[in-house]
Design a protein around this ligand. Structure first.
Ligand SMILES: [Zn+2]
Length: 373
């Protein structure tokens, strides 16, 4: 079984850092979710992901498999040439980009179109923070937020929420008084010239609630950050099982919920939800390529234990540097192939069914879900 010819639809990734910001950025920090100095300068190099990645990046760039040699070779290439090599080797058909991560320091989404067809995912917390700056009253904010969700622009194919990072996935019915109070507090910060940060649970929950309502009106999927991430996250509240009240809500039955990052380490929990709720989907990003070889194989196997093939989506969650796009695509194909070959040996699938499953996970499921035509 050969998956190298299947062009990938990467259903969740982030914009590349601008070269001037990339220069100020420690290269190894792109290989860890930690940001403590000791992690970035020392411990990350002790991970299996880092060790494996250095060898593979060196092979792609034609240099010695040492960090210093890779950095030297990168310096000799233009930014565009480096991106072109990584993206060509990755073989993308389309990439859905959440451009709300480090928005002041990244290349515009349209810029990436020269390497692969890109679409936008609208990060709703970033949108809300921007609109708090611009809205003098609650009423103005509420109207602006609704209008932005209803008319997000033709390139937007889905919404993305990082509520798991901010106040957790145990989302409650927002109390109108508490929501307004949270808005007033953040608005006063904005008036004082501070950048408002959406970390007040009533308002965060309200933002997700309104997003789901807009998603229901327009048939747009909503991507939820679930599972592991950087230490800004309280992992206890990133378990997708907390989403049950929203998944059961009659108004949201037609909204596709996409659980990102294999919800790792809550992978089986996510797989269960996707198996029993028709509108829940799971995704492999970040788990591939950040885990060890056996860790990546585990998440694919864990989903295939119980989750329908039609509910499994592929992404790289690549961010900051182009090498992560290459590594995500390379390991996505390789791990999927290994696991699917084993399903044939086990007698779960025929060869033809396994080949179809690979196409579905790498491409077709996302094309269908986001109506990519
Ligand atoms: Zn992401």
């Amino acid at each position: 079984m050969d998956l190298s010819d299947i062009p990938i639809v990467d259903q969740h990734a982030h914009n590349l850092l601008r070269p001037e910001h990339a220069r100020a950025f420690a290269y190894p920090s792109a290989f860890t979710e930690g940001y403590a100095v000791e992690v970035v300068t020392r411990h990350v190099q002790e991970t299996l992901f880092f060790r494996r990645s250095m060898r593979e990046i060196a092979e792609l760039l034609g240099c010695e498999p040492r960090l210093e040699a890779i950095l030297e070779t990168r310096e000799q290439l233009s930014f565009e040439e480096l991106v072109r090599r990584c993206f060509q080797a990755a073989g993308f058909q389309a990439i859905l980009m959440d451009d709300g991560f480090m928005p002041d320091q990244v290349m515009p989404t349209e810029w990436h179109n020269r390497f692969a067809r890109t679409y936008r995912l609208l990060r709703v917390e970033f949108l809300a923070e921007r609109l708090i700056l611009e809205s003098p009253t609650w009423q103005a904010f509420e109207e602006a937020f609704r209008s932005a969700l209803d008319h997000p622009g033709s390139e937007v194919v889905g919404f993305k929420t990082i509520v798991a990072y901010r106040t957790g996935l145990a989302i409650e019915i927002p109390d109108p008084e508490a929501v307004r109070l949270a808005f007033e507090t953040l608005r006063q910060q904005a008036v004082r010239g501070e950048r408002p940060r959406l970390v007040r649970k009533p308002l965060n929950d309200w933002v997700v609630w309104r997003t789901l309502e807009a998603a229901a009106r327009h048939g747009r999927p909503v991507q939820f950050h679930t599972g592991f991430g950087d230490p800004d996250l309280d992992l206890r509240w990133a378990n997708p099982l907390h989403l049950r009240p929203l998944l059961e809500h009659p108004g949201f039955q037609r909204v596709p919920f996409v659980l990102l990052h294999a919800s790792y380490p809550y992978t089986r929990e996510a797989g269960y939800l996707a198996a029993v709720y028709p509108h829940v989907y799971v995704d492999l990003g970040l788990a591939i390529p950040f885990l060890s070889h056996s860790g990546m194989a585990f998440v694919v196997r864990a989903f295939l234990e119980f989750t329908p093939i039609s509910k499994i989506l592929f992404s790289t969650d690549a961010h900051l540097i182009p090498e992560l796009f290459y590594l995500g695509a390379r390991w996505g194909r390789r791990i999927l192939r290994e696991v699917l070959v084993a399903t044939v040996e086990d007698g779960d699938l025929t060869v033809a069914e396994a080949e179809k499953a690979a196409e579905a996970i790498l491409q077709h499921n996302a094309r269908t879900l986001y109506h990519l035509g």
